[in-house]
Design a protein around this ligand. Structure first.
Ligand code: GAP
Length: 489
């Protein structure tokens, strides 16, 4: 039935028009790469977060959740390597003074080549880029850009500076009293939530009497001074991560790395993401803390991009915090004798799963957005814009719509609303023709609408309409709550 056109710009406008996502501080012309979630967006985001939290902490009896502060002692970031290494190779265009992340500039060029059917060149350029990045060969990267005549989008010239490194952490000052040395007041906005887990490793392990292997999960804001932030909420300067650090015995990390890679891909599929739109991409250049890493990529409207990272972080972080804090951060393995293995006290190895909540939001909403057109039985054309968000995470589950504002129909509708609103998010509306109200509910992605009409007064039945198929059926009003609960569970 549906003729589906998936237009990214229209999706962005739709998100604004229906209270999903607004540009931050829009009345002041916005702040680049920072976004606010509106009434529907905040609820969808919460539902995705809750789904992740539950699957990590409730469905795994060896994973617990914490909520660490955004501000951390500045030494944390020296120990973790972020002060020295959390930087990206950048290049400036001398004519426009615009700065680009080198990999983004080259990837943008490769994407352009694909749109004109030049896949071979795109593949070659990306392979060369990966090899040069792996060797930190900045002169080679500049030559690659020049050889392919890659131009700045603003000046349209290829007049480039040398490639240089820029740190991505935001700094701010802590406390009101000026320190003798200004550097003593500096704190960073965390660029990843993971470090809050590492510095609390022993607190959680001891108070929770956790036995290896076990995980600590956390969701929260992270901040990166991304140089080129683009593609809507794909790359933001303030974003939210959902991370889980899984602590394992040294030597078993690859087993767990493979386990969590497969497990996390399956989890995304459980959210209705088709398997064919997800793939693994192994990292060629590893982060300073990793001995293996891959991305779970999703096919976004603008191409295959990273959705989640799986990293085998070795014992790097805990070892560094042990060294910098001078506090022993080790685990005593009680199972030592049973297994007869040479463990005892050791620093655990870590396998990390790290997904961006905003990126997952974009995944869900871009899959859900559809513009549908069809021919009705009488030969006339009809159309709608619909968000087919999986019912279990849709912001509003049920719309309750009295056909008329009179004859006792609103009272029956309110009674149903009162019965259901404790169990799931409901929406009540009595204004406008019913067809118009259905279209509005389609546009915000409400999976079920119930209409109360005069027949309801006679036989206690209502019409339930299903968003995805637009089919309707008559059911007893007493069945509505259970039907919705069953569909969203
Ligand atoms: N603790 C590991 C870590 O932070 P990462 O690959 O840099 O690893 C993990 O980030 C995830 O966070 C990414 O897969 C992505 O989903 C999300 N992410 C990273 N930078 C982002 C940004 N600027 N905007 C939105 N999401 C971002």
């Amino acid at each position: 039935m549906a003729n589906e056109a998936n237009n990214f710009q229209e999706l962005i406008s739709h998100c604004k028009e229906y209270g999903y996502i607004f540009q931050s501080s829009e009345i002041y012309d916005g702040l680049a790469a920072v976004y606010d979630y509106g009434q529907n967006g905040a609820q969808l985001k919460k539902n995705i977060r809750d789904y992740w939290w539950k699957s990590m902490t409730q469905l795994h009896d060896n994973i617990v959740g914490i909520d660490a502060a955004i501000f951390m002692h500045p030494t944390t970031w020296k120990a973790s390597g972020h002060v020295d290494n959390f930087s990206d190779p950048m290049i400036d265009n001398k004519d426009s003074n615009k700065r680009y992340r080198v990999d983004h500039l080259i990837e943008g060029f490769a994407d352009e080549q694909r749109t004109t059917g030049n896949d071979k060149l795109a593949d070659e350029v990306l392979a060369s880029m990966d090899a040069l990045l792996a060797k930190d060969d900045y002169a080679g990267l500049k030559k690659l850009i020049e050889d392919n005549n890659i131009k700045c989008a603003v000046s349209k010239t290829a007049n480039w500076t040398d490639v240089r490194q820029f740190n991505l952490m935001f700094k701010t000052e802590f406390g009101a009293v000026a320190a003798d040395n200004p550097d003593d007041n500096i704190v960073y906005l965390r660029p990843e939530t993971a470090q809050g887990i590492f510095v609390n490793f022993l607190n959680v392990q001891k108070t929770g009497r956790m036995k290896i292997p076990f995980g600590i999960a956390q969701t929260g804001k992270a901040f990166r001074n991304e140089i080129v932030a683009r593609q809507f909420i794909f790359r933001m300067r303030e974003f939210e991560q959902m991370e889980m650090q899984f602590f394992v015995r040294p030597g078993t990390q690859m087993e767990w790395y493979n386990f969590w890679s497969a497990e996390r891909k399956k989890w995304h599929e459980s959210l209705g993401i088709p398997a064919g739109k997800l793939r693994f991409h192994d990292h060629v250049k590893l982060a300073h803390y990793a001995d293996a890493a891959l991305d779970i990529e999703f096919e976004f409207p603008f191409g295959w991009k990273e959705l989640e990272g799986i990293h085998s972080r070795t014992d790097f972080d805990l070892k560094q915090h042990q060294e910098f804090s001078k506090k022993k951060i080790q685990y005593f393995d009680n199972d030592l004798k049973e297994d007869g293995k040479p463990y005892g006290n050791y620093i655990p190895y870590v396998v990390e799963t790290s997904v961006g909540l905003d990126r997952l939001f974009l995944t869900i909403i871009s899959l859900a957005y559809a513009e549908e057109k069809w021919t009705k039985e009488d030969g006339t054309e009809d159309s709608r814009v619909v968000l087919k968000i999986p019912a279990k995470i849709a912001p509003t589950k049920l719309a309750i719509l009295p056909l008329l504002k009179k004859d006792g129909l609103p009272e029956i509708a309110r009674e149903l609303m009162n019965d259901c609103k404790n169990s799931f998010m409901c929406f009540y509306e009595e204004k406008d023709a019913i067809g118009k109200r259905y279209r509005r509910m389609d546009a915000i992605g409400t999976p079920f609408c119930v209409t109360i009409d005069h027949q309801t007064k006679e036989d206690n039945t209502v019409t339930i309409r299903y968003r995805d198929t637009m089919t309707q059926e008559r059911i007893a009003i007493s069945e509505v709550k259970n039907l919705v609960l069953e569909k969203i569970s």
